[in-house]
Design a binder for this molecule. Structure first.
Ligand code: ADP
Length: 485
């Protein structure tokens, strides 16, 4: 069979530049598509934050040009092979990408006012680069609002070069839609006829993601359950009606995780590596080290951890409302690691003063997260919404059972404990309420003390899960192929 040619266009990809999960997906998926036999090229903006020396960027084209509105924008193109051995190209345009931040200023945290201009330019330049390289893709795979203009350009430009090219838009987090003033319309060359409620218009402003959803050939999101939730008024962030119209082209494909980085048998960040056969002793030894590191007392209590961004999305309010009750009433220890909203940092940061030896609170530290997963018994992810979520996958592979609100990808990737036969890989609750979380922590805690044989079985089931990217890449490939039918 002919190799499929895929063009990935994203606003970030690790290790070059990353602000969140989007950067991981845009980097990892091409690697596994390539392993599955596809040809892939990735195009990124060349932010000045990207370290050109470290990643060996070399200049490829100088003086490339796209017409934006009435002006011609001249830019350069750089090339590098990614650490995962596929080709990455970078659009260098100082006016838009030489800044101390990606989407917003790192000092003031203010979003850049010209984001719509920046990414409209980037979308045009990416398509132009494909032409300049004579790379005729079968699929252009774009991500979130930043690259949502590409499906529109492919449909409306009627460029013979892209005849037969189809677009796939992946929504990583629906509430972020890229809504900006309409002044960008002439520059982005959006037809005024498409500035209507059915396509780009959003209460008088431009909604870039909405246009992407309207014009992409296929739309995906990062878990099957999130794909269902965004069709409802509660999960649809105002676009549920449009997504319903596009429902026959919408699907959910679970993100994978890097199973080389998250493998307790060969993890350099943990004290005692272990596998499914040796987890009992391995986790016990890691727990000792963890307790010492975080000043927790040594006893027979289960150790609960929570490593999440301290944001409303992650259900941090529910947690702060119930944690003191838990600490008072249950024989359980806690490690909380993460940073985010100041009120949550301040409240949680104070708790160890009142419950010394029982709870530790610290700022996020990537390497330590691995040790926390290795040494804890349970991990809390009480998210309000969660398009996919990675944390619950990491922790299951380390035999740490997640306690999750059953939403989005958490619902797909955690199997609820069944008290009758002891199956499951974690504990689920449904209501957005502190008491639901409290009760579920209690459920896990009592299972730990009263039914240890069930906990053992669940740990084995969790460690056996396949969360690898290979599975996701195959699902994307068959989706790409379906656009040709
Ligand atoms: P999200 O990307 O929405 O934060 P995920 O579940 O997809 O949630 O990713 C969670 C992972 O993000 C954690 O396991 C951790 O590796 C990483 N992370 C990045 N920043 C932080 C932080 N400030 N606090 C906790 N985890 C963080």
């Amino acid at each position: 069979m002919k190799k499929m040619k895929i063009l990935f266009v994203g606003s970030e990809a690790s290790p070059f530049i990353k602000t969140g999960g989007l950067g991981d997906v845009v980097a990892a998926l091409p690697k596994y598509l390539k392993k599955e036999g596809a040809q892939v090229k990735l195009i990124l903006p060349l932010y000045s934050l990207i370290n050109r020396e470290k990643y060996h960027l070399t200049k490829m084209y100088d003086g490339s040009c796209v017409k934006m509105g009435n002006c011609e924008e001249f830019y350069s193109v750089y090339y590098a092979e990614t650490p995962c051995h596929y080709d990455a190209y970078f659009i260098e345009f100082h006016k838009y990408f030489d800044r101390y931040g990606v989407y917003d200023d790192k000092n003031s945290h203010e979003e850049y006012r010209d984001n719509a201009f920046r990414y409209a330019f980037f979308c045009r330049a990416a398509l132009q680069l494909a032409k300049d390289m004579n790379y005729k893709p079968d699929i252009v795979h774009v991500h979130d609002w930043q690259t949502s203009l590409i499906p529109y350009y492919l449909k409306k430009d009627h460029d013979s070069f892209f005849e037969g090219t189809k677009s796939v838009l992946t929504i990583h987090n629906l509430p972020y839609q890229g809504i900006y003033d309409a002044e960008v319309i002439p520059y982005a060359k959006i037809d005024w006829a498409d500035f209507n409620m059915e396509a780009f218009e959003n209460y008088g402003r431009v909604n870039l993601l909405k246009g992407g959803i309207r014009f992409a050939d296929k739309i995906t999101t990062v878990s099957p359950n999130y794909a269902r939730e965004i069709l409802t008024p509660m999960g649809g962030a105002g676009l549920d009606w449009l997504l319903k119209e596009r429902q026959s082209d919408l699907s959910g494909i679970l993100n994978g995780i890097d199973v080389d980085l998250w493998d307790p048998a060969q993890d350099p960040h943990i004290a005692y590596p272990y596998n499914i056969k040796t987890y009992k002793q391995g986790k016990q030894e890691n727990k000792k080290v963890l307790r010492d590191k975080f000043g927790l007392s040594h006893n027979n209590m289960p150790l609960f951890s929570m490593v999440v961004r301290l944001s409303e999305q992650k259900g941090i309010r529910m947690f702060t409302e119930c944690i003191e009750g838990v600490l008072k009433n249950m024989q359980a220890q806690f490690i909380v690691m993460g940073d985010g909203e100041l009120w949550a940092e301040a409240y949680l940061g104070n708790l160890p003063n009142y419950y010394p030896g029982q709870i530790s609170v610290s700022r996020f530290h990537g390497a330590t997260e691995h040790l926390i997963d290795a040494g804890s018994d349970f991990t809390l992810i009480p998210s309000i919404y969660e398009p996919c979520g990675l944390k619950q996958m990491y922790s299951q592979l380390y035999g740490t059972l997640p306690i999750v609100r059953s939403t989005g990808g958490l619902a797909d990737t955690v199997q609820n404990y069944n008290e009758v036969n002891g199956t499951g890989t974690g504990f689920k609750f449904y209501d957005i309420s502190a008491s639901a979380l409290y009760n579920t922590i209690g459920w896990a805690n009592s299972t730990y003390y009263d039914r240890p044989e069930h906990i053992d079985g669940m740990i084995k089931e969790a460690m056996n899960q396949d969360f690898s990217w290979g599975r996701s890449a195959r699902a994307y490939l068959s989706l790409y192929q379906s656009t040709k039918r």
